[in-house]
Design a protein around this ligand. Sequence first.
Ligand code: TYC
Length: 101
Amino acid sequence: MPETITTPRVQLEVKVERPKLHKVMLVNDDFTPREFVVMVLKAEFRMNEGQASQVMMTAHQRGVCVVAVFTKELAESKATNATDMARKKGYPLLFTTEPEE
Ligand code: TYC
């Protein structure tokens, strides 16, 4: 049998989308001590004292502040860990996540 060589008439287009990044947001409340918020930001988000203080004060004054952006899984696990640190101390401190535009 002779070999049949065919050339494809349809070119497959492979599209790879980069994963959407998710923001971790720090939400203000009236009860969590400022120093505790700073401590959590340093521990979970590897911030130094200055960065952590700035983020804490922005949330304190504006109600919410973007802490950092990560892949969805990392953002969710960091937000959960940070919120859990506060729950263990009985504070209502809250970290949320949302997809970047
Ligand atoms: N508002 C709190 C206070 O005055 C401090 C605080 C800042 C709490 C930021 C949460 O996300 C927060 N003790």
